[in-house]
Write a protein that binds this ligand. Structure first.
Ligand SMILES: Nc1ncnc2c1ncn2[C@@H]1O[C@H](COP(=O)(O)OP(=O)(O)O)[C@@H](O)[C@H]1O
Ligand SMILES: [Mg+2]
Ligand SMILES: [Zn+2]
Length: 358
């Protein structure tokens, strides 16, 4: 089976989940022929930076865009003209993608400089996407800066990064910065539901919710996890919450809730034995602790009225007031900092439990 995140990369602006502010900005620029020569796409991984860069590139060179009626952007990019097809098949000479994580050197940027001077093969625009651009060396940045200072009319740059604070000010002052946001669990679920339908995968609602909630805002991660679940579950098998939690090594939320209840009822012995059971079952306690903290936080946020962080927060135990949860979070946060250095992985969690049940 083809990896889902490649197969379902959006080919039209309408297929993008979230990032409405960016779609609006880019479509506005396209409509008024005002597309900037250099953009910086910032944001967490798997939120659509590369996808959006390709959509912009495709639009700029789309045959339909060149011939459109004023202000009309419907079906642009068209995905059927010569240029769109070339880009979709990854063989366009006018869209050059450089991964700065593997090509950090000045040579690539020099080549880029030579290549920028030459007119686009298709006679249209030439678009350079520099991914992970915070990885460029100083020399490469200087060479890039020269290009950004006087970009040829037909040349456009999209720099993408997950770490914008590492980009030199000189570069920042030459680009239009657009910030991508994490995708909400609701939006992730929306896309996964669509994929399940198209792939004829039999998966129930709680399983989709779990996949969406555990992707921490990255659609790529959600789609990868979904691919993995489908592969392991086997062809045609129904997928439910247990399938997902088991295959992804996620501890079901009921276990998280049980642990909270044991701590609230000051049952240190049972709580510690539950942690040891997880450890013996092969659960990575570092990961579990991260999930547990996320779960506590979701409960706290849910309690103070902001519901959008998780699709469904399970019921919160009776005695858990915001103050109690804040205290628990603080104690477990400390455990999370210590767990990586601990010779016994259970120990920081056990100490946290003992402190909270004193
Ligand atoms: N906003 C989004 N809407 C729909 N799908 C997305 C979105 N962001 C990411 N994806 C999915 O994740 C995959 C990787 O996205 P990508 O654009 O490469 O992320 P980034 O460059 O931000 O790391 C895409 O192929 C697509 O399937
Ligand atoms: Mg990318
Ligand atoms: Zn086209």
């Amino acid at each position: 089976m083809q990896v889902l995140y490649r197969k379902y990369r959006p080919r039209a602006f309408e297929e993008i989940e979230g990032q409405e502010h960016i779609v609006r900005t880019l479509q506005g620029a396209l409509a008024s022929e005002n597309v900037g020569h250099a953009y910086l796409f910032c944001g967490p991984r798997g939120t659509g930076k590369t996808t959006m860069a390709r959509l912009l590139a495709k639009s700029l060179n789309c045959g339909k865009y060149q011939k459109r009626a004023e202000g009309q952007l419907q079906n642009i990019p068209c995905n059927s003209c010569h240029s769109c097809s070339e880009i979709n098949e990854g063989r366009s000479l006018d869209l050059i993608e450089i991964d700065a994580a593997s090509n950090r050197g000045i040579d690539e940027i020099r080549n880029l400089k030579d290549s920028a001077r030459v007119a686009a093969a298709g006679g249209g625009r030439k678009i350079f996407i520099v991914d992970e651009c915070h990885m460029l060396t100083k020399e490469a940045n200087n060479a890039l800066l020269k290009l950004l200072e006087e970009p040829p009319q037909h040349v456009f740059f999209v720099l993408a990064t997950t770490e914008p604070y590492k980009i030199p000010d000189t570069i920042l002052s030459r680009v239009q910065r657009l910030d991508f946001k994490k995708i909400s669990p609701e939006q992730i679920k929306n896309k996964l539901t669509g994929i399940a339908k198209k792939e004829k995968i039999n998966i129930n609602e709680p399983a989709l919710v779990q996949l969406a909630n555990s992707a921490s805002g990255s659609l790529r991660d959600a789609e990868s996890a979904f691919s993995k679940v489908i592969a392991y579950a086997g062809q045609g098998k129904a997928i439910n919450l247990e399938t997902v939690t088991e295959i992804l090594g996620i501890v079901p939320l009921q276990v998280h809730d049980a642990l909270i209840n044991l701590i609230l009822s000051k049952n240190a012995q049972e709580a510690i034995s539950q942690i040891n059971d997880l450890h013996e079952a092969g659960i990575d306690l570092n990961n579990f602790l991260k999930q547990f903290i996320r779960h506590l936080r979701a409960k706290l946020i849910g309690m103070i009225g902001e519901k959008s962080y998780v699709v469904v927060a399970s019921a919160t135990p009776g005695q858990a007031t915001p103050d109690v949860l804040i205290n628990m979070l603080n104690v477990f946060m400390r455990a999370a900092n210590e767990i990586k250095l601990s010779p016994v992985p259970q120990l920081p969690i056990e100490l946290a439990i003992l402190e909270l049940t004193k």
